[in-house]
Design a binder for this molecule. Structure first.
Ligand SMILES: [Zn+2]
Length: 254
């Protein structure tokens, strides 16, 4: 079948427009949970880096505390050995204690130097920890606003679709069942577009292409689309083609 005669050309074109609008809205609604999931995932990733920064800071603080305990132990050792110095009579034991004290002092110095280094590290880690905390807070606020907007969009679309569905059902019910069935079948096979407008090449007036598959029309199809109450069937994609001005008339010139 290369052409379809029907007085319902305009009605079917209108139905296709309704369906296309509904499909577009559905696609947006379907994208909403995906977008929300992506926002959540990005936020969770940021939160993990926040925890890592905080753990790094805590680890440094634990290390500092540990060094402080070791210094206290070294000091205790020094005091103990100094008390013992007063009690020993033997020269070798005396020397051994002095050597112990020297050793403790050396340890203490090293630990104190280590603490100075740790304090610098803790300062840096604190700055980092605070910065990432603030960043996460900002991201969370932005994310919450975006999610709320997306949810509002989805809700609005769902409400609009309910109305559109009712209008679509009424429009479909008014059509010839055979024509409707043909339309539905093509729509299933052609990603929702069964009725395609024909485009005229602006550079080559009189040269037309199918709005569905973009193939050029044969001379016969070019004649067919100018006939009233007629769909020309695209020779390439089998969609039902129409010419805007044949269906809706010449646009009003201002
Ligand atoms: Zn086509």
């Amino acid at each position: 079948m290369e052409i379809i005669h029907t007085i319902e050309v305009k009605a079917l074109v209108e139905l296709q427009k309704m369906d296309a609008a509904m499909d577009a809205k559905k696609a947006i609604a379907a994208g909403v949970p995906v977008k929300i999931a992506a926002l959540n995932a990005a936020f969770e990733a940021k939160k993990r880096s926040m925890s890592a920064a905080h753990e790094a800071l805590l680890a440094l603080q634990v290390k500092k505390k540990d060094s402080e305990l070791k210094i206290a132990e070294a000091e205790e050792g020094i005091r103990k050995h100094q008390r013992e110095l007063n009690l020993v009579k033997d020269n070798n034991a005396f020397k051994a204690l002095l050597s112990e004290i020297e050793n403790d002092k050396k340890n203490k110095d090293e630990l104190e130097t280590g603490i100075l280094f740790l304090l610098e590290e803790i300062d840096k880690a604190s700055v980092q920890d605070k910065a990432i905390r603030e960043e996460v807070k900002k991201i969370e606020e932005t994310m919450r606003a975006e999610v709320a907007a997306l949810e509002a969009t989805a809700k609005e679309i769902a409400a609009g679709l309910e109305t559109a569905k009712a209008e679509r059902a009424a429009a479909a019910a008014a059509l010839n069942p055979d024509l409707l069935e043909k339309y539905e079948n093509i729509r299933v096979n052609k990603k929702g577009l069964a009725v395609a407008v024909v485009h005229e090449d602006p550079a080559t007036p009189g040269k037309y292409s199918c709005g569905g598959c973009h193939m050029s029309l044969t001379p016969q199809k070019t004649l067919d689309i100018k006939k009233h109450d007629t769909f020309a069937v695209c020779q390439d994609c089998r969609r039902l083609m129409y010419l805007e001005k044949t269906v809706y008339g010449e646009p009003v010139k201002e």
